[in-house]
Design a protein around this ligand. Structure first.
Ligand SMILES: NC(=O)c1ccc[n+]([C@@H]2O[C@H](COP(=O)([O-])OP(=O)(O)OC[C@H]3O[C@@H](n4cnc5c(N)ncnc54)[C@H](O)[C@@H]3O)[C@@H](O)[C@H]2O)c1
Ligand SMILES: O=C(O)C[C@H](O)C(=O)O
Length: 338
């Protein structure tokens, strides 16, 4: 998971979880560190040798999480910040991960979280713009299809938006796709990596199984069920947690995995390529200027946005269903800031 060498992100072997020490100082902040995702994510980031300093902030509970996590015997320093210490938490930070906000309950869509989470994310982004305007921002808070445009528009308003530094974390969809395809094929998930493009909610999640060695042979009902499970994996967890929230542990894993990929890119590692939801030219001519596709990460953040490649007829249909919904979600986010 936390590989530091040349293996591509999509195929990073999990045996590298605790690999060797960092080559450069990297200060990372978690905003929402006291939450269901924030706590295990903070623990995993503490275990990442590429993180040398960890700032944990929440409106409640972050100093306690920091005291706990700081005893783990890895090299990084950990500091917790209380509700009125956001500016201090952001000082000198290069990477900001945002899992702050409310999660879904059964029967809700991610868009139902907009009313609460939009202002939380906007206000946090405004503080990042003021205190650490060069930081890379990793947005986990839902609805990602709207919160990423909100962060971008907020930074734009402050005159500091750099599209190479704002990312919607869609890694959980990639993690699920690999796991679920492995379940169908009987192979190891390291052999069933699937590019997942589009956005992060139901029909906007578009798994490109035809671009994988084992996925392309899956057809009919098995294909339909697999695609549905990848698109609605989040609902599975929400239902099972029965009112206690949504995915936290698998999300912390996915968030730490994406953060590690970004840090490897920032450290100059070549060939770090993974899907992420960024400002993108791929469908901009249709008024959709944020999109998740394979992105190469480098010393400045986004190095190269890859095209989505060849699609099967089924995937073309999935993409057609994705685009109008995604456009609506993006416009809603932009309108909120405007
Ligand atoms: N991108 C993804 O794939 C993905 C996956 C799972 C969950 N999520 C989303 O992540 C978000 C968090 O989920 P969770 O399960 O950790 O929720 P949670 O309620 O357990 O934790 C959220 C935390 O955010 C904190 N918070 C609220 N307002 C804040 C603010 N202004 N500043 C700092 N912290 C603040 C809360 O105090 C709480 O500790 C939700 O919106 C959820 O939908 C996204
Ligand atoms: O389903 C949710 O609301 C949380 C998250 O987006 C997920 O995919 O698990």
């Amino acid at each position: 998971m936390f590989a530091r060498t040349a293996a591509r992100t999509l195929a990073a072997p999990s045996s590298r979880l605790f690999s060797s020490s960092a080559s450069r100082l990297t200060k990372v902040a978690v905003l929402g560190a006291g939450g269901g995702i924030g706590q295990p994510l903070s623990l995993l980031l503490k275990s990442d040798p590429l993180v040398t300093s960890l700032s944990l902030y929440d409106i409640r509970g972050a100093p306690g999480v920091a005291a706990d996590v700081s005893h783990v015997d890895t090299g990084s320093e950990v500091t917790g910040y209380a509700a009125d210490q956001l500016d201090q938490a952001l000082e000198g930070v290069e990477v900001v991960v945002i899992p702050a906000g409310v999660p879904r309950k059964p029967g809700m869509t991610r868009d139902d979280l907009f009313n609460t989470n939009a202002s939380i994310v906007r206000d946090l982004a405004a503080s990042v713009a003021r205190v650490s305007p060069e930081a890379h921002i990793l947005v986990i808070s839902n609805p990602v299809n709207s919160t990423v445009p909100i962060v971008a528009a907020t930074l734009e308003k402050a005159g500091v938006f750099n599209p190479a530094r704002v990312f919607g974390v869609t890694t959980l969809d990639v993690v699920r796709a690999a796991r679920f395809l492995a379940g169908v094929s009987g192979l190891s998930p390291s052999e069933t990596i699937v590019p997942v493009v589009g956005g992060h909610s139901g029909p906007t999640i578009v798994p490109l199984l035809s671009q994988t060695k084992y996925g392309k042979s899956i057809t009919g009902e098995v294909y339909d069920k697999l695609v549905h499970r990848i698109q609605y994996g989040g609902d599975e967890v929400v239902k099972a947690k029965d009112g206690a929230g949504s995915a936290t542990l698998s999300m912390a894993y996915a968030g730490a995995k994406f953060a590690n990929a970004l840090l490897r890119g920032l450290n100059g590692e070549k060939g770090v390529i993974t899907p992420t939801f960024v400002k993108s030219p791929l469908f901009a001519d249709q008024g959709i200027d944020f999109f998740s596709s394979l992105v190469e990460l480098g010393p400045n953040g986004v190095e190269k946005i890859h095209p989505i490649g060849e699609l099967s007829a089924e995937e073309q249909k999935l993409l057609e269903a994705c685009l109008p919904e995604l456009k609506k979600n993006i416009e809603k986010g932009k309108a909120f800031v405007a």
